[in-house]
Design a binder for this molecule. Structure first.
Ligand SMILES: [Zn+2]
Ligand SMILES: [Zn+2]
Length: 280
């Protein structure tokens, strides 16, 4: 079963075990990241941002589209790295032939520097990830507006004068709400400012002791907790959710290791995603 958490004001429903299954739902923002197997609740959400095509992150795609189609829901939109789109289209075509059904879905290849609207004032933008296959994280940004500082200080008269001069009276910016790493080396953190500044960072941390070395984690495109410790001062996030823990660790054991290694100023913002019932 996937777990529901409330972090930095966002509801997160998530399941994530390295190599088995990852699916992160943000019901309040109406988006999901990845569908490894396809939890029932994920069917409700038509908008999925796929980080990469490893089976534990995309294996549930056919199930998702088929269930939505059976329940007469609107066709889903699947965002993914551009290079994987043709193969995913082939995969769905194969299921269409095998299943004898239409399986309507909208596949969108989204490259770095591009964005897609995911709500009235919100966009999703890919972030470069470092993994052996094409992989990208995502940040959800909200367009915000506020009165220019000098006008706020100048009061009504200053605002009216600025309007008369035909000036824009407010400034706009994009606030990073939630960032998700997908599978990646720690380089993701240094490379993407929004990973460090989003209110909530959802980040893979696959290995938490020396049963797997930092070198081996890096070679496979994953994060080791020792690399997080070295970068503890980079995190400006209000909350950080660790996901994608290897099944070789028990939950309590991993929790204790993380607590021992991370400095308190980071640890107080970190949550380790609880395991599903089948994984101790
Ligand atoms: Zn994975
Ligand atoms: Zn992967």
């Amino acid at each position: 079963m996937n777990r529901t958490l409330s972090l930095a004001g966002y509801t997160v429903r998530a399941i994530s075990v390295a190599g088995f299954e990852t699916c992160i739902e943000l019901p309040g923002l109406k988006v999901s990241f990845d569908i490894g197997r396809g939890p029932r609740s994920a069917v409700r959400n038509p908008f999925v941002l796929f980080t990469h095509a490893h089976i534990d992150h995309m294996g549930g795609i056919a199930h998702h589209v088929a269930t939505r189609s059976m329940l007469k829901m609107t066709p889903p939109t699947y965002v993914m790295p551009k290079p994987v789109v043709p193969a995913v289209e082939n995969l769905l075509d194969a299921f269409r032939r095998l299943d004898g059904s239409e399986l309507p879905a909208n596949l969108v290849g989204l490259g770095l520097g591009e964005s897609i609207s995911v709500g009235k004032r919100r966009i999703a933008r890919p972030m470069k990830a470092f993994h052996p296959v094409h992989c990208q994280g995502y940040v959800i940004l909200e367009k915000r507006k506020k009165l220019r500082t000098e006008l706020a200080e100048g009061g009504k008269a200053a605002i009216a004068a600025a309007r008369d001069r035909g000036e824009e009276i407010s400034t706009t910016w994009e606030h990073p709400l939630v960032a998700f790493s997908g599978d990646t080396r720690i380089d993701f953190l240094e490379h993407n400012e929004h990973a460090r500044t989003a209110d909530l960072l959802i980040m893979e941390v696959t290995f938490v002791d020396d049963r797997v070395s930092v070198e081996s984690a890096r070679a496979n495109g994953h994060i080791h907790i020792d690399e997080v410790v070295e970068r503890a001062d980079l995190f400006e996030n209000k909350a950080i959710l660790f996901t994608h823990l290897s099944a070789r660790y028990r939950q309590n054991e991993a929790k204790a290791l993380i607590k021992k290694k991370l400095p308190p100023h980071l640890m107080e913002r970190v949550t380790l995603l609880p395991r599903p019932d089948w994984c101790p």
